[in-house]
Design a protein around this ligand. Structure first.
Ligand SMILES: Nc1ncnc2c1ncn2[C@@H]1O[C@H](COP(=O)(O)OP(=O)(O)OP(=O)(O)O)[C@@H](O)[C@H]1O
Length: 718
């Protein structure tokens, strides 16, 4: 547990809506922060408050609220107490639970649970999954840290499902199964994700159950074979090839029925929950496990930390009994379990357990990349410290989807990655970019605010970059390890380049890093989730909850701006309108009415409703930027409306958006706080392009991104 500190969204003693008084932070992941609070209007009952910054680029809390409200009355759902939003944050108040299962497993000396505990947890989780499926939603991020035991006497043996931020409705209003998208971005946590998620397929109910199966194997074995593998695709391949007998080596044989059943299921099929439950129940009855038996942690884990240990009353614990029974099921397993007992404990450090980033590796191209600073996702997701704008990606994707026939973009994607762990931690945008388009402005080291514009990218400059990359840099090695990298690079083995008919794809491209020296909360705990997006498959699942949730959040959230995001920065500033928009659409281009600015989600909705090349109505909020983009729009309007020129324009816009982000980073850095900014902290760039005065970028940075929250932790607000 961590107490509140500067940089967190809420502070201790802060009171929300005159009712919930914050005590301390109890959790935090990529999408939010969780605090313990007391309910001043209800006998100081302890509650949990999940908050997300209203400036967060990925807003998921409304989906959480939508799902949690629908789950009310279900056995494995937290109680919903309230929600709302103000100009600083969105919040959800729910019942406070105890420890999550990832922490409980890690606290076990062998990082595994007994068979008894594992099977009973599995049975509860299965029911929890069945519950969420019964209300028409998939969870899509089933993992141990998203389940917690209850906290009170009456709930401490009940498992609660948490975190519906990635949920998706798989049933439509009529109760029919929604059509699967041809491709969907990766959702979830690599270690537990189903193979179909690795393949970017639309996830179905069976995929939540696959994740449960991997959890169960990990509970009993202490680790999964791909635990140390950092490459998402490799993990996917390992899962495809895994031998279930090996995976379940030493576990009750009935468990093999789970993958056997799941393998038969595809998106539309109803899982046979009863059969799965029966499998677990049959293990329990064969091993004489009762649902009321104590869990491992309730007995101090002694059953799995030493075979001869007994419970406080002198009896061999049930868990021990069931564990050894299971071992006896198969001869060779005895050896295996012995080995498990003697092996060195699996690392218990700062949760390397579910950090998605630990499973994604970009092979270092050279020393330059190897030396790139590291940071953790939840750190850079904090807007105060320089969150990368996911909205940019959204917008680019939306534009790509809008402007050309589907075929052209079949293999093109703008994808976000988040990386963590031993390797450089990067946020990347990968596109093949023709070399003849405008070269991004890259902002130089923040300390000096010596912004420089890197000249147009040419094969020569690319070579230069490669040379630079190979030069060792002491300064770089001593740099902050909290940086963000935006890169435009080539990462597609095939397809994209050919389709773009460009031989000039940029290798390596640009790197712009947002350095966060301001200090971070240090709460790096929960497993992380990654999301990638495919241009032709925007995940509109979050939209499903919008009407419902926005209504409820507005009602409880007092008079606040309807969409704080619109106030943060101008979309038009991030991406100028697509070609032709200035003339063809009266609401676009130079129209400075901010009401016309669409959120990325709204933009995506626009795209969905019109498959043709409709321009986005992204109106500039800032007059200066409006002028800039008006000009651009006018120029673009003269370009023939062909798919290829449109593509160029959109990539150009993407690059411009990088420029803008970088520019804003510099001005933010001057105020010693990054906000949604990206700056470059590679000192070698500075030495190469030292002559551009910072003012250039200072001027450029006057755009909307600067308006993103500079505020530190919020003040009490209701
Ligand atoms: N109602 C609750 N009561 C007690 N603890 C909670 C509650 N909700 C969440 N937590 C704790 O906070 C952690 C993170 O919560 P949650 O998964 O909802 O956040 P997140 O930002 O979506 O995380 P991630 O991106 O890692 O999935 C949980 O693992 C759990 O330990």
């Amino acid at each position: 547990m961590t107490s509140s500190s500067e940089g967190e969204i809420l502070q201790a003693s802060q009171v929300i809506r005159d009712r919930w008084k914050i005590k301390q932070k109890v959790g935090g992941g990529g999408f939010g922060e969780i605090y313990e609070a007391i309910d001043l209007q209800n006998h100081n009952e302890r509650v949990a408050v999940k908050v997300e910054s209203s400036k967060a680029t990925k807003q998921v809390l409304k989906m959480e609220v939508a799902v949690l409200r629908r789950l009310q009355g279900k056995k494995h759902a937290c109680k919903f107490y309230g929600c709302g939003r103000n100009d600083k944050f969105n919040y959800l108040v729910m019942s406070l639970q105890g420890k999550n299962l990832a922490d409980l497993r890690r606290e076990s000396p062998k990082q595994c649970f007994s068979v008894s505990t594992s099977i009973r947890l599995g049975a509860q989780i299965l029911l929890a999954i069945k519950e969420i499926h019964s209300i028409g939603f998939l969870h899509r991020d089933i993992k141990p840290s998203n389940f917690a035991m209850g906290r009170t006497n009456s709930t401490m043996r009940n498992v609660y499902m948490l975190d519906f931020g990635l949920a998706r409705q798989y049933l439509n209003a009529k109760g029919e199964i929604r059509s699967p998208r041809s491709a969907a971005g990766f959702r979830g946590t690599v270690r537990y994700a189903a193979v179909s998620a690795h393949k970017n397929k639309e996830m179905g109910r069976q995929d939540d159950l696959w994740s449960l199966f991997y959890m169960l194997a990990e509970f009993m074995q202490g680790a999964l074979p791909w635990r140390k593998i950092k490459d998402k695709d490799e993990v996917g391949r390992m899962k495809e090839d895994v031998n279930f007998d090996n995976l379940l080596d030493g576990c009750p044989q009935e468990l093999a029925q789970i993958p056997a059943h799941l393998k038969t299921l595809s998106y539309h099929d109803d899982p046979d929950y009863e059969m799965l439950e029966k499998s677990l129940r049959s293990i329990m009855s064969r091993l004489e496990i009762n649902m009321d038996d104590p869990y491992d942690w309730e007995l101090g884990y002694e059953n799995i930390s030493g075979r001869s240990r007994s419970t406080a009353n002198g009896n061999v614990s049930t868990r021990h009994k069931s564990h050894t029974t299971a071992v006896k099921d198969k001869g060779p397993d005895i050896e295996k379990n012995r080995a498990l007992e003697t092996q060195a404990p699996i690392t218990m450090g700062e949760d390397d357990d579910e950090q998605t980033g630990n499973y994604i590796r970009y092979p270092p191209v050279n020393d330059y990349e190897k030396d790139m600073p590291k940071y953790k996702r939840q750190e850079f997701m904090k807007p105060k410290y320089g969150a990368v704008s996911f909205d940019v990606i959204d917008e680019v994707n939306a534009r790509l989807a809008a402007v050309a026939g589907k075929e052209l973009f079949d293999h093109m994607k703008v994808e976000t990655y988040v990386e963590n762990g031993d390797k450089p931690y990067e946020y990347e945008v990968n596109v093949d970019l023709p070399a003849n388009i405008i070269r991004p402005t890259v902002i130089e080291p923040k300390e000096a605010c010596a912004a420089a514009i890197i000249p147009p990218m040419t094969p020569g400059s690319l070579r230069k970059r490669a040379q630079l990359a190979n030069q060792p840099s002491t300064e770089q090695r001593t740099k902050s390890n909290r940086s963000i990298t935006l890169s435009v690079g080539k990462r597609y083995p095939n397809g994209t380049k050919a389709r773009l008919s460009s031989n000039n794809s940029i290798e390596g491209g640009t790197h712009a890093m947002a350095e966060d020296d301001a200090g971070l909360s240090g709460y790096n705990k929960a497993g992380q989730t990654i999301i990638s997006k495919w241009q032709d498959s925007f995940d509109d699942s979050v939209d499903d909850g919008i009407p419902f949730i926005e209504k409820s959040m507005e009602r409880e959230g007092s008079a606040v701006p309807k969409s704080p995001m619109l106030n943060r920065y101008s979309r038009a500033n991030v991406l100028s309108p697509p070609q032709g928009s200035a003339g063809s659409n009266p609401n676009s281009g130079a129209n400075s009415n901010s009401n016309n600015a669409l959120s990325p989600r709204a933009s995506r909705r626009t795209m969905h409703t019109s498959k043709s090349a409709q321009p986005l109505n992204l109106a500039p909020i800032n007059q200066t930027n409006g002028n800039i983009h008006q000009k651009e729009a006018q120029q673009q309007a003269q370009i023939p409306h062909s798919a290829s020129s449109t593509i160029m324009n959109h990539f150009k816009n993407l690059v411009n958006s990088f420029n803008q982000i970088g520019s804003n980073a510099v001005s933010n850095v001057r105020r010693r706080s990054l906000s949604r900014g990206v700056s470059l902290d590679d000192p070698r760039r500075k030495s190469t392009f030292p002559n551009i005065p910072p003012e250039n970028n200072g001027k450029r940075s006057s755009g909307g991104l600067n308006s993103a929250g500079q505020s530190s932790a919020t003040t009490p607000s209701s």
